[in-house]
Ligand binder design. Sequence first.
Ligand code: SF4
Length: 370
Amino acid sequence: MMHENPIKRRPSRRIYVGNVPIGDGAPIAVQSMTNTETTDVEATVRQVQAIAAAGADIVRVSVPTMDAAEAFKFIKQQSPVPLVADIHFDYRIALKVAEYGVDCLRINPGNIGNEQRIRAVVDAARDRNIPIRIGVNGGSLEKDLQEKYGEPTPAALVESAMRHVDILDRLNFQDFKVSVKASDVFLAVDSYRLLAKQIEQPLHLGITEAGGLRSGSVKSSIGLGMLLAEGIGDTLRISLAADPVEEVKVGFDILKSLRIRSRGINFIACPSCSRQEFDVINTVNALEQRLEDVTTAMDVSIIGCVVNGPGEALIAEIGLAGAKNKSGFYIGGERQKERLDNKDLVDQLERHIRARVKQLEAEQIPVKQA
Ligand code: SF4
């Protein structure tokens, strides 16, 4: 039996980004962002498709110019998932992408300009059921708040966010979500904790400019892990100086680790040692690569010897417990008569895992994963 998942989600208002629900207990949506030139429609569509194929629920596209807004029209037509347009300052761009069917506007109302412009954007969003994301960033705090607080602090970030929230409130617009990102884990975590108490809207989590693939993943996992474990967060984006597809994979790995949301195969593997009866590391790496296309959630345990092998195999869908020449093999927690030849494990395991996935999908057996 799996240890119980103790997470209680913070209650929040439901919004929809296209057809993707955010908040009020909806599955935590995983997002990423394109890093192509938005005006290069072909390259951007290709990247949106790759990010979506990795499992992203939503993709954000930067729209810095009117030319990019025109390109957005065609990108939107070809996108398999809802798109968020990232806009800074220029309200005309927001109106344009709204016309072209954008699913969410990432724009801070306080930065749009005069009241008339703010109203124009909010009215366009309201008319078309487009939610807004308010995004505050520790690195771009308003000057007066920097002076008031001396440095970016959780109170400063939240005060900045609340200025934008208050504008939407005043215009009676409630379909928004908010992020208060920072590159420092504690600053981000405390800002989100503070904000979570002040508004009822969903929160978009992220540790901004987290770093490269490895260090950024670790930093994001720690920051988002703390928040998610407390039930805070309704959608997330991992910001890495890496391929956006990696951001999606890391996002799902974080959710998988906390048993909040699962997708694809969750490998349980030992680090291996001199007791191993087959090459654990290469077997697991090869299987991870070969089975990237699997979306059905499933635990697979690959353990190098009988010390932990049988125990882990009992609580996985497919399990392997290393033994001399031929290893012990388990399906659905049951030991099979057939043992797998250690010389050819990757091919045999791939075959068995795919067969089990098919069977689970056909029978819709609740898989051994929370
Ligand atoms: S399970 Fe066996 S092979 Fe794997 S690390 Fe432990 S003792 Fe070593």
